[in-house]
Design a protein around this ligand. Structure first.
Ligand code: ADP
Ligand code: MG
Length: 205
C-alpha cells in the first residue's frame, strides 16, 4: 500500500522551498517584510540537517523532530505555524501512514494552525491553502480514491486556494497592517503551504 514517507516529505518540501525562495520573498516584500523565503529556507535546511544527523524510526517522530526544529529556527509568524502543523500531524499520525492515516493527520495539523493563529478561511493566510487541501483529502479518501489520486486532488485544491488569496484583503498577520492595499497580491504563506502539499505528493512511496 502506498504511503507518504514523512522524511522524504520533509526533504522534498525543503527542496521546493529552496527552488522558490526568491519568489516567496518577493511575495512577502509586496505585503510583508520580505523575509518569508529566507525564513522558510533557514528552517527547512535545519530540518533536513537534523534528519541527516538522525532519522527517527517512525513518521510521528520524524514529524515531531521537524516541528521542534522549525519552531526553534524560523523567526516570524510562519515558524510557529508550520511547526504547530508538524507537531499536531505527529500527534495524530499512526505508524502505517497510509492515505487515510495521512489525511487524518493532515487535518489535525490544519486544526493546530487554526488554533494557534486564529485565522479563518478567507483571511489570506496559509489556512486558505491547507483548508482546501484537507477537504480534498477527506473527500478523496471517503470516495475510496487511492493515495496518488487523493494527493493529486489535494495538490490541485491547494493550488486553487493559494491562487484565490490574491484578491483577498489580509485579516491576519503582518499583511493585515496594509488593509485594502494587501489585495491584489498572492499570500506568501499560502504559497509555501501549497509547496508543502506538492511535496507530500512527491513523497508517496
Ligand atoms: P512574518 O509575517 O512574521 O514576517 P513570514 O513572512 O515568515 O512571517 O510568514 C508570513 C505568512 O504567515 C503569511 O503570508 C501568512 O500566510 C502566514 N500567517 C501570518 N499570520 C497568520 C495567522 N495568524 N494564521 C495563519 N497564517 C498566518
Ligand atoms: Mg515576513
Amino acid at each position: 500500500m502506498a504511503t507518504v514517507d514523512v522524511a522524504a516529505w520533509v526533504r522534498e518540501f525543503a527542496a521546493l522551498i529552496d527552488a522558490h525562495a526568491d519568489e516567496l520573498t518577493a511575495l512577502d516584500a509586496a505585503i510583508g517584510d520580505a523575509d518569508h523565503g529566507t525564513n522558510m529556507q533557514r528552517g527547512m535546511a535545519a530540518a533536513v540537517a537534523a534528519l541527516s544527523d538522525s532519522t527517527p524510526e517512525t513518521p510521528a517522530e520524524v514529524a515531531k523532530q521537524t516541528a521542534l526544529v522549525l519552531i526553534r529556527t524560523i523567526g516570524g509568524a510562519s515558524g510557529p505555524l508550520f511547526g504547530t502543523f508538524f507537531l499536531r500531524f505527529a500527534a495524530a499520525v499512526e505508524s502505517g501512514s497510509d492515505i487515510t492515516d495521512f489525511a487524518r493527520a493532515f487535518r489535525a495539523g490544519l486544526d493546530g494552525v487554526i488554533a494557534r493563529g486564529k485565522a479563518e478561511p478567507g483571511d489570506k493566510t496559509m489556512v486558505d491553502t491547507l483548508g482546501p487541501a484537507a477537504d480534498a483529502l477527506d473527500k478523496a479518501v471517503a470516495g475510496g480514491a487511492d493515495a496518488a489520486a487523493a494527493l493529486d486532488a489535494a495538490v490541485a485544491a491547494a493550488a486553487a486556494g493559494r491562487d484565490a488569496t490574491t484578491p483577498l484583503v489580509a485579516r491576519k498577520g503582518r499583511a493585515s497592517y496594509l488593509g485594502e492595499r494587501s489585495a491584489g497580491h498572492q499570500d506568501p504563506g499560502a504559497t509555501s503551504a501549497a509547496l508543502l502539499v506538492a511535496a507530500a505528493r512527491s513523497a508517496l512511496r
